[in-house]
Write a protein that binds this ligand. Structure first.
Ligand code: SAM
Length: 243
């Protein structure tokens, strides 16, 4: 299938999913039809995202511990984290994507799970993860649906833990491109992470080397030690257990 036909197919899937009021439902159709073929999944490239890899070299990034990868796709970033020494859990709303992760990475230590960002199990939040890696998942969900997706990502960061987010970027005032996916994210939207108890550590706003270039944000947020977000009923305080 050529690029134009794949784009047309995705736009149709997105439209009908949104009409059904289930904006994340189309991913399963796409992955199921692709049957593991990377060329039928526009964002799959059989390698870890290089903006994530460069982000791991930023000062103060964790070098091990428990890591969570929401919307893991075919698992390339999750596998890279495992190679870096993290104990990784990775989830995706698409069962077919997770089946493919298990097939591709047969002897992997990564725990692959089917899961919906909007219905996360409490065991992701407590005790939380030392690193949460969000790459291109929120931008794949249109506004206003993704508004409530920032909170669950933040809630999975343990006290003392880190969120590394890599995303397409747009100005706060810019219209969201109706032609997505992706639907670029604004700095103002990311305030939602801070509303869930994270503090901004670094924010990079740059153009990548694609033709034409894409504006990207790479952000690092931290949860102060000793603060635990309960996810539903606000923030409570606890002592860090030294996992
Ligand atoms: C644009 S892709 C990015 C995949 C991967 N992170 C990457 O960078 O290659 C977005 C991914 O998020 C997943 N996804 C979308 N909505 C989701 C949700 N509500 N919960 C979990 N995963 C979701 C999709 O199935 C898809 O694999």
């Amino acid at each position: 299938m050529d690029h134009h036909a794949l784009r047309t197919k995705i736009e149709g899937l997105v439209r009908s999913a949104r009409d059904r009021g289930a904006p994340c439902d189309w991913f399963e159709s796409l992955y199921r039809d692709a049957d593991g073929r990377t060329d039928l999944i526009p964002w799959a490239d059989d390698e870890p995202n290089r903006h994530f890899l460069a982000g791991m070299a930023l000062p103060g990034m964790p070098t091990g511990g428990r890591a969570l990868v929401p919307g893991c796709g075919f698992g390339d970033d999750a596998e890279a984290l495992a190679l870096l020494g993290f104990e990784v859990t990775a989830f995706d709303v698409s069962g077919s994507a997770i089946d493919e992760c298990r097939r591709r990475h047969r002897n992997s230590p990564v725990r692959y799970e089917v899961g919906d960002l909007f219905r996360l199990p409490d065991r992701y939040r407590v005790p939380g993860f030392d690193l949460v890696l969000e790459v291109h998942t929120l931008q794949a969900i249109p506004l206003p649906d993704r508004d409530s997706g920032f909170g669950p990502v933040a809630d999975c960061v343990a006290p003392g833990g880190t969120l590394l987010a890599v995303m397409r970027g747009r100005d706060d005032a810019a219209d969201v491109d109706a032609e997505g996916p992706p639907w670029p994210i604004s700095r103002a939207e990311c305030v939602a992470f801070e509303g869930r108890g994270l503090t901004l550590d670094s924010w990079e706003d740059f153009l990548d080397d694609a033709t034409p270039p894409n504006r990207r944000f790479r952000a690092v947020f931290r949860r102060p030690p000793g603060r635990l977000h309960t996810g539903r009923s606000g923030i409570r305080t606890r002592a860090r257990t030294g996992r």
